[in-house]
Each structure stands twice: as structure tokens, then as C-alpha cells.
Design a protein around this ligand. Structure first.
Ligand code: TYD
Length: 232
């Protein structure tokens, strides 16, 4: 397994805006991200946070155009082309949306996928390696990472079964074979190993209610952490 240097890893930090947080949701197809995002948005809105949902690729007009170009493509793209396309949509989204919106205290940005998708999909499954992806992201604003990443973990069999019951036409990535999905899972495991403080792994093969309860507890730890303790 490639060894990533500490100085590269340390370039990746969350944005610092008092009272605002950035959370990403990750997982392979069928992990149930969308349902959980919906439940958690409701939970956070009830706590009076201003919650904004972004999706990747996407998040800006430019990003949505890239999304269509990538997901609708019928020809194989070079993995480096893929990695840079996702990264340019991400840079625009950070610059135009995340950094602006987080200035408003009490904002929570939720992103449906973020850098760990690039690490798992392009870094591991497409074989570019983690170092290449991290290098592409090493400069500001791409070096900004979420305060918290929730990885919804399911096994390959569950993913395949859930994809079958959806019966929707497959996009560029969904049409890949079993090896691709095994590598994706390995990619997410590697992200977890490299960023243990940022990424929390959630067992996503239990009921949706149980998953939501677990996610709430994890999010509470982030947003209810004590601020400066007053002395005297
Ligand atoms: P989407 O339909 O949003 O997938 P899902 O519903 O599973 O989140 O399509 C996004 C696809 O793009 C998905 O297959 C993952 C892939 N992707 C990458 O390969 N690299 C990336 O950096 C991102 C953000 C997404």
C-alpha cells in the first residue's frame, strides 16, 4: 500500500468559520445516503441551523454541466481526465458556494460526496493512487475538507441487490463490474485509515431508523462540542 507523507496529509483542513460546519456523506451505490441526508437535514433544521445541501459533481451551474458531461459519457475517460474534471467542479463549488455561505454563522453545508469519492473512485478503483488525488487537491481551496465525513458502509452483495431493485438505467460509474466495486470499498477503507479523525464509518446494512439515530449521535458530538469554558 502506498505510503502518504505526513506533510501532504497535513495540508487538508476544514474551513474555520465560527458556528458553521461542513459535513460530507459518502458510500458506494445503494448505501442509502439520500435517505439519511433527508433525515439529518430535518434534524438540523429543527435545531435552527441554516442547512444547505450540495451534490457532487454539481453544486454550481458549471458543476452541473460537468456532471452531465461526465455521467452521460458513453466513452471511457482517462482516469486523470476524470480526476481533474471532478476537482475543477469541486474548486468552483468551494469558491462560489461553500466559502461564501459558511461566513453566515450557524450554517451547515452538507455535501452528497466530496474528496473521498475522488480518492475511492479515481484514486483506488481507477488506479491513480491516493497520492495523485491528494496532490491534485493540495492547494487552497481544494485543500479544504469537511469537519466530518459520514461513510455509509455496505458490502458488495447488498449494493448489487439494492441496485437491482432500483432498476434505473445505469450511469457511467454504475455500469462498472464487480472488481470496480471491490476496489471502491477498499478505497473508502483506505480513506478511513488515513483520516480517522474526520471520517466516521457507519454500518449501513441495519434499518434506516437505526442508522439515523447513530448519525444524530455523531453529529451531536460535532455541533454540541463545548465552546470556551468560562472561568471564575
Ligand atoms: P450520482 O448519481 O450522484 O451517484 P450517487 O447517487 O451514487 O451519489 O453520481 C455521481 C457519480 O460520480 C458516482 O458514481 C460517484 C462518481 N464520482 C467520482 O467518481 N468521483 C468524484 O470525485 C465524485 C464526486 C463522484
Amino acid at each position: 500500500m502506498e505510503n502518504i507523507k505526513n506533510d501532504l496529509l497535513q495540508r487538508f483542513r476544514p474551513p474555520a468559520f465560527p458556528g458553521s460546519y461542513f459535513i460530507s456523506f459518502e458510500g458506494i451505490e445503494g448505501a442509502g445516503k439520500s435517505t439519511q441526508i433527508k433525515n439529518i437535514m430535518t434534524y438540523l433544521e429543527k435545531m435552527d441551523f441554516r442547512v444547505l445541501l450540495l451534490r457532487e459533481p454539481g453544486g454550481t451551474i458549471f458543476g452541473e454541466k460537468l456532471r452531465k458531461a461526465i455521467l452521460d459519457t458513453q466513452t471511457d475517460l482517462h482516469p486523470l481526465a476524470e480526476a481533474h474534471l471532478f476537482a475543477s467542479a469541486r474548486a468552483e463549488m468551494i469558491h462560489k458556494v461553500i466559502l461564501k455561505e459558511m461566513e453566515v454563522p450557524g450554517t451547515i453545508i452538507i455535501s452528497d460526496r466530496y474528496i473521498d469519492s475522488s480518492l475511492a473512485y479515481q484514486g483506488m478503483a481507477r488506479g491513480l493512487g491516493f497520492e495523485t488525488i491528494l496532490n491534485i487537491h493540495q492547494h487552497f481551496p481544494l485543500s479544504l475538507v469537511p469537519h466530518l465525513t459520514l461513510y455509509f458502509k455496505i458490502d458488495l452483495k447488498t449494493s448489487m441487490e439494492r441496485q437491482k431493485t432500483r432498476n434505473a438505467p445505469k450511469d457511467y460509474f454504475e455500469a462498472q463490474g464487480i472488481d470496480f466495486y471491490n476496489n471502491l470499498i477498499a478505497g473508502y477503507e483506505k480513506s478511513l485509515e488515513l483520516f480517522p479523525h474526520r471520517i466516521k464509518c457507519i454500518n449501513a446494512i441495519v434499518s434506516q431508523e437505526e442508522i439515523t439515530e447513530e448519525v444524530k449521535l455523531i453529529i451531536d458530538q460535532l455541533i454540541l462540542q463545548p465552546t470556551d469554558i468560562q472561568e471564575g
